[in-house]
Design a protein around this ligand. Structure first.
Ligand code: SF4
Ligand code: MG
Length: 318
């Protein structure tokens, strides 16, 4: 499990005097081997922080990261795929060298011929051709650049890919192509994904389970079909009610029900209460703990707890 605050927060803390800010608080999840867990939430909910901690880009200031049983406690070989492939690729390098670098660094291949063969193979795996290796990243479209960064990530033979909004900067039709590629790579190579997105519709067909984050906490986590069929947390419902804006699908945007409060001054009790249509006095005072429901969902909401773990409006039929 995670119990963390990330290094970049230190700078915020310095600027804001003595205020303590925790970006991520008691995050605990399992990603099944060969499966996909998605973390979903609005901008600023802490999902990217979790991604960066998992891949070692951030060190938790406090707390620890434990790996799921079955992983033999070995550190994961995790690779990260970012939202903006252009920023994560060295623009002055030819695509060939971008992909060859991890092969050389990690000594996975030696000798020019073996490296060339492997780079060509990786280009083919992501739907590019050997001749593309001689070009520079700027000669490609956004979708093709994301294919290049996937090839580069695969070069280091990771078990685990952490994908932070990998398709959010792409047009909808290109998004679908990249998501299809990622799914088929998962099947072929047995990859495990942690997939980060602000858009539930993007992760729906990728994920075995979905965890919804709000202000640094998981508020609902469930098998994908359960999350959609029996949505319990009012925030998850809010996310589902928001249809992505087709004219500007690229940005996290504020949802109905107000802006996200500052994590510097999180609301008391249930931190979602200022935006929740069902908030009552208990919600304002008492922080809801996660409760497990019998269909595999885990939810932090007093209302769900009071209804015996059932989604609002559902009753037990005799
Ligand atoms: Fe809404 Fe209360 Fe549930 Fe929080 S605990 S989501 S405020 S009903
Ligand atoms: Mg982010």
């Amino acid at each position: 499990s995670f119990d963390v605050s990330a290094p970049w927060l230190n700078r915020v803390i310095e600027r804001r005097g003595r205020q303590i800010l925790r970006a991520v608080d008691d995050i605990d999840f399992d990603v099944p081997r060969g499966g996909c867990l998605s973390l979903v939430g609005e901008s600023g909910c802490g999902k990217s922080t979790v991604a960066r901690i998992v891949t070692g880009l951030y060190k938790p200031e406090r707390g620890e990261m434990r790996f799921a049983p079955g992983n033999s406690g070995q550190p994961l070989t995790a690779q990260m795929i970012f939202q903006d492939p252009y920023a994560s690729l060295n623009a002055r390098w030819k695509v060939f060298d971008v992909i060859a670098e991890p092969l050389r660094e990690l000594k996975l291949r030696s000798g020019k011929q073996a490296i060339r063969e492997r780079v060509n193979e990786l280009l083919e795996v992501v739907g590019l051709s050997a001749t593309d290796g001689a070009k520079f990243p700027h000669e490609f479209s956004g979708g093709q650049r994301q294919r290049i960064s996937i090839a580069r990530a695969l070069a280091s033979e990771p078990e685990f890919l952490v994908c932070d909004e990998p398709t959010s900067a792409l047009d909808v039709s290109v998004q679908a192509q990249i998501l299809n590629l990622m799914r088929s790579l998962q099947d072929e190579l047995g990859l495990t994904y942690l997939f980060i997105s602000h858009d539930l519709s993007v992760v729906r067909h990728m994920s075995d389970r979905i965890a919804v984050m709000y202000l640094g906490r998981i508020v609902e986590e469930a098998p994908t079909e359960v999350l959609f069929a029996r949505t319990r947390h009012p925030y998850t419902q809010l996310l589902l009610d928001t249809i992505p804006d087709v004219r500007n699908p690229h940005r996290d945007r504020p949802l109905k029900g107000g802006e996200v409060p500052s994590p510097l001054n999180p609301p008391s009790g249930c931190s979602f209460h200022p935006r929740c249509p069902f908030a009552n006095d208990r919600c304002k005072q008492e922080k809801p703990g996660l409760i497990a429901c019998d269909d595999g969902a885990v939810v932090a909401c007093h209302r769900v707890e009071e209804s015996g773990g059932l989604p609002a409006g559902e009753t037990v039929s005799a």
